[in-house]
Ligand binder design. Sequence first.
Ligand code: MG
Length: 398
Amino acid sequence: MSTSPRTAAIIVAAGRGLRAGAGGPKQYRTLAGRPVIARSLLPFCSHPEIFAVQPVTNPDDTALFNEAVAGLNFRPAVGGGATRQASVRAGLEALADLAPDIVLIHDAARPFVTPALISRAIIAAGKTGAALPVVAIADTVKQINAASEVEATPDRATLRIAQTPQAFRFDVILDAHRRAARDGRDDFTDDAAIAEWAGLTVATFEGDAANMKLTTPDDFAREESRLTALLGDIRTGTGYDVHAFGEGDHVWLCGLKVPHNRGFLAHSDGDVGLHALVDAILGALADGDIGSHFPPTDPQWKGAASDKFLKYAVDRVAARGGRIANLEVTMICERPKIGPLRDPMRQRIAEITGVPVSRVAVKATTSERLGFTGREEGIAATASATIRLPWGADGLAS
Ligand code: MG
């Protein structure tokens, strides 16, 4: 029989995050190009000592949640309750059949949790049965009354800031939550407080000052600029593509189906704009070209919609921990006229890539009736992409 504890984790994501300002629940907003909740979940999903990750969400957010966490591996989300406490209890009940030895309970609004902090939590719960990560307080703390007058100055050496993940023996915290619910207590703001109420001794372990909770719009702005500054390795790439006209009544351009008196002769849908963008992104990554990733000899790409190729290139950037700073494409043709399509094309590229539309440019030019584009034998497109990667990914010092 294995001696290492079976550890599960609950990620609490049912809150509305009202203090974070406009823009929907804060856990689904992006921070430096990645949703907060994806950042919070990943360290648990990829931790070798955690066998089950149980998200708790608000059922109203199902679509937001599914989009934000695509590709991560966890148990189906359960619906939360009216309070944080009720949501955690729903997560515990959902794990009851698995009977883990230890459970970690973490707030989705803390996206900077590290594998090392998770490991410390598991060790602390194994030793003590109930423990939470804490950090010391640098500032003097005042206790005030209703008139905002100072009543006392507590000794800050005895005070700590509580964080998550809080860690417990599963049966003990489940029992404490059930008793609290039975007694009509629904006002606990963290799980350590429920354990205290239930009469357990709660130990502390070393937290992490970087493991802050995103709460206000200022928190988002500050962390966004901090994370963006870390992506200082800036690369650019260019792309070029041509497709010839053939029989048909429409062409695909920058992800839009455009009525035309010709079609494209192409293995895929022939979307020159998207193909040029794919090559620009792959070029910025120094990662081959569209033909090396999607060989025209491979039958699976016959007639393929090119948004797939573009999404693939974007995912290659994300896999390197990077993000796209801007995308630009220039269509070279006499017809169809691109001007009226410019903004819908920008929208469509933004939709496919997740890059804000303010960072997507579509331009158009003719070739003054010269050459193959001038004779309307086909359409050409050029593109450029600028991407930001983390320093040090391939041996360059910052
Ligand atoms: Mg092509």
